[in-house]
Design a protein around this ligand. Structure first.
Ligand code: NIG
Ligand code: FE
Length: 465
């Protein structure tokens, strides 16, 4: 490739060259059956077994040399190989010129709470003043505050609020997003949230995976009635909400916030066993703030993932290493909470646990749409290599959604979900932290445009004299 420069070249020169590169015509992919991606600096395939990667497997992101092309046909990856070879096989296919950028599988964000109303920026200051997250919740803030807010909004309003947020998530390179309910906490409001996700799926090229999180909190109106109220809400979850959610086919997974002060390990077991019985896959908010043994529960139940794990015990690490549950780490949450603690990622990987990364996008503890920033935190805070972070954010994210055979790899047969980043080397992805380097994404071969029309910070002002 003529305009390629070495990975070690001058920084400012590198940025200037980035700016000078041709813009990609993403419209090429619309309604075409075949498509050829050419001219990438690196093609990062993450190709390998269609299951979560562990240990040394995580270190291989499948970096291909310059001159590698990707052929897409009928929404699937058809081939990855030398450009000349693929051009000869698909002589008439339209081309996407990657312009010396990096092409890889679209990022898989396996943990978000993207359906909410009002943001909760006031809580960030309260925490800075020394009020802990759980104390804010005890005073009626936190999840309770988002619940009051969401209950007051109708479906249309929630769709209108979530749509641009999900578009922004896509604009950073994510192509699959798990979306949880959990700010409704009544049968009607949880169904409303999950229907909003279904409507959003019809409006967006992004792939959405809906999760029912009716056990995100015990609603305040039940908490005020003590143990009896708590037992009554648990009955409602199992005997009314779950059958309604499963009956309408609105969720692929069930999740529980298993945490001292929220749901106990025993309650989580009852809820998740019922969900499994109803045909849902299982996820668990596990050992996020305090150690409770939730990770061991997730493994014991064969959950697809145990998420957070900042407070996981050594026994929990051993259980995750021995079991089939993906350990999903959310370093953005601990950063935003101002916690000095992070999940023991190295210990998990070194013990053999399959580790994934996700954003936890939500209004309380992680209001970020920027998945590459999570990759940065994975390297700088969790001490992963760039390759480990990339595999954790693609293949292992897919495994955490039971989609390991469908997305997360650029390999023949996989859905053509791709992301193009304005970098040349995979190690630059976590390096340029906070920047939006994504220049295009494709889901099942269809272009998913990045957000370019930024909203001005202030509405236009009339001229002053
Ligand atoms: O993953 N821990 C529970 N749920 C979210 C926070 C939700 C909220 O504060 O609104 C989390 O951190
Ligand atoms: Fe969460």
């Amino acid at each position: 490739m003529s305009d390629r420069r070495s990975a070690g070249s001058d920084q400012r020169g590198s940025r200037a060259q980035h700016a000078a590169r041709r813009e990609v015509d993403v419209s090429l992919s619309a309604d075409r059956s075949a498509l050829l991606f050419v001219g990438a600096s690196q093609v990062v395939t993450c190709a390998g077994p269609a299951r979560a990667r562990r240990g040394a497997e995580l270190r291989d992101a499948g970096v291909q040399p310059p001159g590698t092309a990707v052929a897409v046909e009928g929404g699937r990856i058809a081939a990855v190989g030398p450009e000349a070879e693929l051009a000869a096989r698909w002589p008439d296919a339209p081309r996407v010129d990657c312009g010396g950028r990096l092409l890889m599988p679209g990022l898989v964000d396996s943990h978000t709470h993207a359906i909410f109303g009002r943001p909760r920026f006031e809580e960030q200051e309260l925490r800075a003043m020394g009020l802990p997250y759980m104390e804010i919740a005890r005073r009626g803030g936190g999840i309770h505050s988002s619940v009051r807010d969401l209950r007051a909004r109708d479906e249309d309003e929630l769709v209108a609020l979530a749509l641009p947020r999900l578009q922004r998530i896509a604009s950073y390179g994510t192509t699959t997003v798990e979306v949880k309910s959990g700010y409704g906490l009544t049968v009607d409001d949880e169904l409303k949230t999950l229907r909003v996700i279904r409507r959003l799926q019809a409006l967006l090229p992004l792939r959405l995976v809906p999760t029912w999180l009716g056990a995100h909190e015990v609603p305040q109106e039940y908490q005020t009635r003590g143990d009896a109220g708590r037992a009554e809400y648990l009955r409602l979850l199992v005997h009314e909400m779950l059958p309604a959610v499963a009956g309408e086919g609105l969720a692929r997974f069930a999740d529980v916030f298993c945490e001292p002060g929220v749901y106990t390990v025993a309650e989580s077991r009852v809820l998740l066993e019922a969900a499994r019985e109803a045909g849902l896959g299982l996820k668990l908010h596990a050992d996020e703030l305090q150690t409770s043994g939730a990770a061991e529960l997730a493994v014991d139940l064969g959950a697809a993932s145990a998420d957070h794990l900042a407070a996981v015990s050594e026994a929990g690490v051993r259980a995750l290493a021995a079991g089939g549950t993906v350990a999903t780490l959310l370093p953005g949450t601990m950063l935003f909470l101002g916690s000095a603690r992070q999940a023991p990622a190295r210990a998990l990987i070194d013990a053999g646990a399959p580790v994934a990364l996700a954003s936890d996008f939500n209004p309380g503890t992680s209001p970020t749409v920027n998945f590459p920033l999570v990759l940065t935190l994975a390297v700088s805070q969790l001490r992963l290599t760039a390759a480990e972070a990339v595999v954790a954010g693609t293949v292992n994210g897919a495994a955490a959604l039971s989609l390991a055979g469908e997305v997360g790899q650029l390999a023949p047969g996989f859905s053509a979900d791709l992301a193009l980043f304005d970098v040349e080397d995979v190690r630059e992805l976590p390096y340029w932290y906070g920047d939006r380097l994504c220049r295009g994404t494709w889901v099942a071969g269809v272009a998913c445009h990045p957000v370019e029309d930024e909203r001005p910070l202030l509405p236009p002002q009339p001229p002053t004299r």
